[in-house]
Design a protein around this ligand. Structure first.
Ligand code: HEM
Length: 214
């Protein structure tokens, strides 16, 4: 095993800030939806909008970072080893089989993670942002008219925003399970907290090992 610096500082900051914001958005969003009462409807609306704008701002920085560092390439989906990865999660994992795709600094995501995170970043989160903004701006009063603008078309916006919210909640549950499937139950969690991960030794000169760093 070798200690590899796998997640940069910004990546960890982005990951945890986004996690907190999405959980908070789900919590306040489902209160707005009417699923329960916690903050009170009016407060939930205000908090939800603030968190929504914050997530939007965070994504602007994250997009900039991923593009300028080239890390965006890690997320481009590939069918290579997809089948092996699915078989691993369905069967291999219960028989202690080795992970089919070895992680390293230059390739830290398996094909299922690539397609999932790519879909989140390119489809689901933008869908939430666009429908969230449409939600906000359809409700802007027109001059002295207090009624929301064009109420009839809020239906599909609310529907897509809510579908996206359910998909994100399903993702979160799956994600929580999958983070426990590293070398040990806590390996992946520790890596996202500290940046460092113990991974199987491979002859990869490009890897940024602890020795190189210190
Ligand atoms: C990304 C930026 C987001 C923005 C700008 C945004 C904005 C909004 C707005 C404006 C509303 C209508 C309530 C109101 O008038 O304030 C709303 C509702 C809602 N949001 Fe978001 N939201 C965002 C992300 C999310 C996320 C990530 C989730 C869940 C994980 C979520 C879940 C919900 C739910 C469940 C509702 C209630 C839908 C309904 O019953 O009609 N939102 N959102």
């Amino acid at each position: 095993m070798k200690r590899v610096y796998i997640y940069e500082g910004f990546e960890r900051f982005w990951h945890w800030t986004q996690a907190i914001l999405i959980i908070f958005l789900a919590f306040t969003g489902f209160e707005v939806h009417g699923s329960y009462t916690f903050f009170g409807y009016e407060n939930a609306v205000v908090y939800h909008r603030i968190a929504g704008w914050t997530l939007l701002g965070l994504y602007v920085f994250a997009a900039f970072w991923h593009i300028t560092t080239g890390e965006i390439k890690q997320y481009i989906p590939t069918p290579k080893f997809m089948r092996a990865q699915i078989e691993y999660y369905l069967l291999g994992i219960f028989k202690n089989a080795p992970h089919p795709v070895k992680k390293n600094r230059l390739s830290k995501l398996n094909p299922l993670q690539k397609i999932t995170y790519f879909s989140l970043m390119v489809v689901i989160i933008p869908l939430m942002m666009v429908t969230g903004l449409l939600y906000i701006y359809y409700r802007v009063p027109q001059a002295s008219v207090v009624d929301p603008l064009n109420v009839s078309s809020l239906g599909p916006i609310a529907l897509w925003h809510t579908i996206g919210a359910y998909l994100l909640v399903i993702f979160l549950i799956g994600h929580l399970y999958l983070i426990t499937t590293g070398h040990t139950v806590l390996t992946n969690l520790k890596a996202m907290l500290t940046g460092w991960e113990d991974i199987e030794d491979e002859d990869d000169e490009n890897e940024q090992t602890e020795n190189v760093n210190n």
